[in-house]
Design a protein around this ligand. Structure first.
Ligand code: BES
Ligand code: MN
Ligand code: ZN
Length: 488
């Protein structure tokens, strides 16, 4: 797994500044006022820092933005980064400051002079999240970044606040690696292996093989994976950190590659379908986070791992499959495979765990990108209170999400001439009819949210705390939901 940069907290020692190698970062509050450590940097550099913060350009810096002085005189460091972080900065702004810092990390290490700035733990999280580079498939690796040493007024406090956040950063990295990895590397077997490895963190991990799924009647899922040489699998991860209360269930779509099947996708852009296991990736990253920070909650994560491809034995348009629930599905389009995977895993999750709530995540529909672009995931729910909590958690973590409507008229689009339902509802409201399909597999008593992350799982440009590529969207929001709603 890609390792996050190492970050530690220390008491301020202004005598360490002159000899610090690599990068020196200075967090600067209101009106460019320099604190004691910053004044030392300024004195050593013969006034360079003061000139910077008195400049016209500095006045235009938004919270979290910064400026770099390269090869400054008077210090051993190669560069000084000044970052604007007002005292009243929000969590998002503090993380932005950390992300700004991440772009200037030195391979000889980084000394951060945080003085009495608040939200240093969030600065650290922003740095960790932005300092991600997926190089597993390159032969020439970038130089590893040296340790980030943050000097702050209250190092123990900052360290305690940062510990769970850095656990979440590790969860996000786990997700991003899974999503970035190509399908010839991240096969269903390799995916299951990486999850099984998490037993060492205290998670209980089980793998259901095809024979197990046949016994359970998971025929909708099995039909999707039928043509692949990769065996289909369902991996069940349990974190039992709470009492004997019913768990929260997280369910993820794990299509390691989606060719579309016989309803083949166009060639252009098909390579992006290595990310079609993004929902399973987020579920896995959350489970890792919960284990790393020893969350006091019961959460079960289930992922359906399949490849949707073509062979003589592939399922065809017009086939009818019997889901585990018992309902029959007419497969009009083999490219609407995610819902076929999820319906069986969701049914199994409810059948076995009787969860207090269930959230599924999936790169489910291209229509989601048409509706909300790459800024917001779409959420659909049968329970306003449950959905409200999820929206609140996502908002607090700066992960965009927007609720869309559901209703009988959309469900009617799924009527089949010969079976209980079709797997597609036509072009209008494609993301909503996909959600309606899933809702047919949600028991009335289960509070449920479906999150369509097709637009946010992978991006072609960087965002506030993620370089371009896999974002890990959702790990922080779901970790926060567990923290705020399921831990005491
Ligand atoms: N994995 C795709 C959805 C997707 C598209 C995710 C683009 C990320 C980026 C999904 O399996 C799919 O193919 N959906 C179809 C559904 C249609 C056939 C009803 C789609 O969106 O075209
Ligand atoms: Mn598809
Ligand atoms: Zn798909």
């Amino acid at each position: 797994m890609t390792d996050p940069v190492s970050i530690s907290f220390h008491a301020t020692d202004i005598d360490a500044i002159a000899a610090a190698e690599g990068t020196i970062a200075v967090l600067i509050g209101e009106e460019g006022k320099l604190d004691q450590a910053a004044r030392r940097v300024n004195r050593l550099t013969k006034g360079a820092l003061a000139r910077l913060v008195e400049s016209e350009g500095w006045g235009k810096k938004k919270p979290g933005e910064g400026a770099v002085l390269d090869w400054p005189a008077g210090v051993a460091a190669e560069r000084i980064v000044a970052i604007h972080l007002p005292r009243g900065a929000s969590v998002t702004e503090a993380r932005k400051a950390g992300a700004t810092l991440a772009k200037s990390l030195g391979k000889a290490g980084t000394l951060v002079l945080a003085g009495n700035a608040r939200r240093v733990a969030d600065v650290a999280l922003g740095t960790a999240l932005m300092a991600y580079d997926f190089d597993a498939q390159r032969t020439k690796k970038a130089d590893p970044k040296g340790e980030v040493r943050i000097m702050t007024k209250a190092p123990e406090e900052a360290e305690a606040a940062a510990r769970p956040l850095l656990a979440a950063a590790e969860g996000v990295f786990f997700t991003r690696d899974l999503v970035n990895e190509p399908a010839n590397v991240l096969t269903t077997e390799e995916f299951a292996r990486r999850l099984t490895e998490m037993e060492s963190l205290g998670l209980k991990v089980e793998v259901l093989e095809e024979a197990d799924m046949e016994k359970l009647g998971m025929n909708a899922l099995l039909a999707v994976g039928m043509a692949s040489v990769m065996p289909s699998k369902v991996v069940v991860m349990q974190w039992n950190g709470g009492g004997d209360e019913a768990p929260l269930a997280l369910v993820g779509k794990g299509v390691v590659f989606d060719t579309g099947g016989i309803s083949l996708k166009p060639a252009a852009g098909m390579e992006d379908m290595t990310m079609d296991m993004g929902g399973a990736g987020v579920v896995s990253g959350v489970m890792r986070t919960l284990a790393l920070r020893k969350a006091k909650a019961n959460v079960v994560g289930l992922v359906g791992l399949v490849e949707n491809t073509i062979a003589g034995n592939a399922q065809r348009p017009g086939d009818v499959v019997h889901s585990m629930k018992g309902d029959t599905i007419e497969v009009i389009n083999t490219d609407a495979e995610g819902r076929l995977v999820l319906c069986d895993v969701m049914w199994y999750a409810q059948d076995r765990f009787k969860p207090a709530g269930m959230i599924d995540l999936a790169t489910l529909t291209g229509a989601m990108i048409i509706a909300l672009g790459h800024e917001n995931a779409g959420v659909f729910s049968n329970d306003d209170a449950f959905c409200g909590k999820l929206l609140k958690a996502a908002e607090a973590e700066g992960e965009g999400v927007w609720r869309l409507p559901m209703g009988q008229a959309y469900d009617d689009q799924l009527k089949s001439r010969i079976a209980d339902m079709k797997n597609v509802g036509g072009r209008p409201a494609g993301s909503i009819t996909a959600a309606q399909f899933l809702k047919r597999f949600v028991k009335d008593e289960t509070p449920w949210c479906h999150i369509d992350i097709a637009g946010v799982a992978l991006k072609t440009s960087e965002s506030a705390t993620a370089p371009k590529g896999a974002t890990g969207w959702g790990v922080l929001a779901l970790d926060r939901l567990v923290k705020d709603g399921y831990e005491g």
